[in-house]
Design a protein around this ligand. Structure first.
Ligand code: SF4
Ligand code: SF4
Length: 155
């Protein structure tokens, strides 16, 4: 890994606490404005009653209309999306959550990028790096794994 990549990794992983690099750009498909989950106080909103209370907290919630529900939670669409012109009607004044989208925090919610989204996420740590780090941790703790056996031997 060259120096530039190492610095980038340090900034994203250590300073910003990220697990993924985000690449790409918005191609204005509008999918993320038409299928929205709302997360509040570390859980995804699943009931209309809960959502009604949220509408007093932030104006963004007043833009949202319930479209349905699935195993993750209520699904909303935003009334500010102009589906003919494929633009956000309040683009310059859109809320911070929209400016930051897509954020990797969608993954712990059980959500994923909309199909066809112009963005993609790549793990900062490759599988090989995670495996190597796990092995180092095991060695530090005195746990050893013998190839060909499916059990760990602790000293
Ligand atoms: S789903 Fe992705 S490409 Fe489509 S509007 Fe949202 S951010 Fe842009
Ligand atoms: S405010 Fe604009 S960017 Fe945010 S969800 Fe609504 S239409 Fe999309």
């Amino acid at each position: 890994m060259d120096l530039r990549s190492k610095i980038k990794k340090f900034i994203y992983k250590t300073l910003l606490g990220k697990k993924y690099y985000r690449k790409g750009k918005c191609i204005r498909c509008g999918a993320c404005c038409s299928r929205i989950y709302v997360r509040h106080s570390k859980h995804t909103i699943t009931s209309e009653k809960e959502f009604e209370k949220l509408q007093y907290i932030h104006p963004f919630y007043t833009y949202l209309k319930i479209q349905g529900k699935d195993e993750i939670g209520l699904i909303f669409s935003c009334s500010n999306f102009d589906s003919n012109k494929h633009i956000c009607k309040i683009h310059k004044k859109r809320p911070g959550i929209c400016r930051r989208y897509p954020d990797e925090l969608i993954f712990p919610m059980g959500a994923s990028l909309s199909e066809g989204c112009g963005y993609s996420f790549t793990p900062i740590e490759s599988f090989k790096e995670v495996l190597s780090e796990t092995e180092k941790n095991h060695i530090r703790k005195g746990i050893f794994f013998t190839k060909g056996e499916d059990n760990f031997n602790k000293d």
